[in-house]
Design a protein around this ligand. Structure first.
Ligand code: ADP
Length: 493
């Protein structure tokens, strides 16, 4: 494999190209007209414009991606995450064109792409499932009966769902019919497939997922867990590895189940098996993502494994160079997704120009991003600017480091999730590890950030006044002291 095409954009395209470069593999970028000056385009050895900004005209256009591959003579395609990464039709067409897809087989993608067929596959290995219906539900009366026997609250989920979409929480039987109709129409419009099913709503749920790697020779290993319970709109914002609450026995059990789920579809490549953990540490299989996850860096930090390199080696037909016993957890890693969103305004996207953009540096800090100062965040795609990852010898150090890195990170021109990240890192529930997927709803009140801003302004005003009126060495020292006291106190959320 001498050249690969990366069918993606932004931070993930760059992240993949970096590993390819280290392996001596040339890279081809594809881009839309909105991304003409994007960093991934500059980084690649060659770049091909796919078309207009809209994803359907560019990054989602299967034929154009395949044509770009043929034109440049790339032997393989890495799809990254999102876009075409979990599309079995794309995987089949790539194969038919004689190109290697760096990912699992189209069959595995197809089965795991649907939450119901995924559950059916998992059942072959007696993997625990959330109580619910194992088939799509169509008849409202029967569905109501099932929901009542499962016990409210229940979730109505789209079988083809993803990204937190097509999910409705129902607390009582009276609301069921209306919510089911809404769920079906939402599923139809978002996924072109109206099939829905019911799941018991696990109270106090934690989202814990296991990274797996499988080669083409039947070897499958897991690379431990990632905890992704800090979510807004059922979507992750803060992830960490390992989880603060898993004991060795549960970790080993979940790891084994994840490997079995992967085995049920002869999985090859990197994949993630998602579970939900209840308050009593019972875990249930949710779904499998047949691609590299956004949050994969935390696993890389604690295992020392470059997952992209492993994906490429597997696609080349190599045997995994390590066994389960060779893998262990070292230290702790946390990721904050830095989104162009306003946490004080319900996390709504806040698109614009990055007037200031300076990333944090130093020991234990990794920033995977796709932007430079002065660049605009395009409105056409996901508003993630960067992934800020910190690594420490233990959880405490990773948290401290994240706080330090957030303070160093300078972004102006748009609102971001950085202040939210600092809120999370200082919150007693997060620090103690005693939290679930309701963290944001329970604790995060936008006013908290406003208070922080006011306090920041007040301190800045005091310091400016002092420096201006009596600029002596002593006053400078006092001002510095005051700032550090203030920074320390600020952590008492
Ligand atoms: P998607 O594919 O849309 O991401 P998932 O099934 O992976 O949907 O669920 C996304 C999130 O929704 C989970 O991380 C969890 O927070 C919540 N969730 C899903 N299923 C349940 C459940 N049965 N009980 C409680 N929370 C759930």
């Amino acid at each position: 494999m001498k050249k690969i095409l990366v069918a993606n954009r932004g931070e993930i395209a760059l992240r993949i190209m970096r590993s390819a470069k280290e392996m001596g593999i040339k890279t081809v970028a594809v881009f839309s007209e909105a991304d003409r000056n994007a960093l991934h385009v500059r980084y690649a050895d060659e770049a091909i414009c796919l078309g207009e900004a809209a994803s359907t005209a560019s990054y989602l256009n299967i034929q154009k991606v395949i044509d770009a591959c043929k034109l440049t003579g790339a032997e393989a395609i890495h799809p990254g995450y999102g876009f075409l990464s979990e599309n079995p039709d794309f995987a089949r067409k790539v194969k038919a064109a004689g190109i290697i897809l760096i990912g699992p087989s189209p069959e595995a993608m197809e089965i795991m792409g649907n939450k119901l067929s995924a559950k059916a596959a998992a059942l072959k290995y007696q993997i625990p499932l959330v109580p619910g219906t194992e088939e799509a539900i169509t008849n409202i009366e029967q569905a109501k009966e099932r929901a009542t026997s499962i016990g409210f609250p229940v979730l109505i989920k789209a079988a083809a769902g993803g990204g937190g979409k097509g999910m409705r929480l129902v607390h009582q039987v009276e609301d069921f019919e209306e919510q089911m109709k809404l769920a079906i129409s939402e599923a139809e419009s978002a996924f072109g497939d109206g099939a829905v099913f019911i799941e018991k709503y696990v109270t106090s749920p934690r989202h814990i997922e296991i990274q797996v790697l499988g080669d083409q020779h039947g070897n499958i290993v897991h690379l431990f867990e990632r905890e992704c319970s800090v979510q807004r709109r059922h979507q992750k914002v803060v992830e960490e590895a390992p989880s603060a609450v898993l004991d060795e026995a549960t970790r080993a059990k979940m790891g084994k189940c994840a490997v079995d789920v992967a085995r049920s579809v002869n999985y090859t490549g990197a994949g993630t098996v998602e579970f939900i953990l209840d308050a009593d540490k019972n875990f249930f299989f949710l779904e499998m993502n047949t691609r590299l996850q956004v949050e994969h860096p935390v696993t890389e930090m604690i295992t020392g494994v470059d997952l992209v390199k492993e994906q490429i080696k597997i696609a080349r037909g190599e045997v995994l160079s390590f066994s389960q016993d060779d893998l262990s957890i070292r230290g702790h890693a946390i990721e904050l997704r830095v989104y162009a969103e306003d946490p004080a305004n319900n996390f709504l996207p806040d698109i614009g120009t990055l007037k200031t953009y300076k990333t944090p540096k130093g020991i234990g800090v990794r920033v995977d991003d796709g932007f430079e100062q002065g660049m605009e965040i395009p409105i056409y795609y996901d508003p993630m600017i960067a992934k800020l990852v910190t690594y420490g010898k233990n959880r405490e150090e990773a948290i401290e480091r994240m706080l330090r890195a957030i303070e160093e990170y300078q972004i102006s021109g748009i609102e971001t999730t950085l202040p939210f990240g600092s809120f999370v890192m200082q919150h007693e529930a997060f620090i103690s590890g005693n939290f679930d997927t309701h963290f944001v709803a329970k604790y995060f009140k936008p006013d908290v950030l406003k208070q922080q801003n006011n306090e920041e302004e007040r301190i800045a005003a005091i310091l400016a006044y002092r420096l201006f009126t009596k600029s002596s060495i002593q006053n400078l020292v006092a001002a510095g002291q005051q700032t550090s006291n203030w920074l320390r106190n600020r952590r008492n959320w």
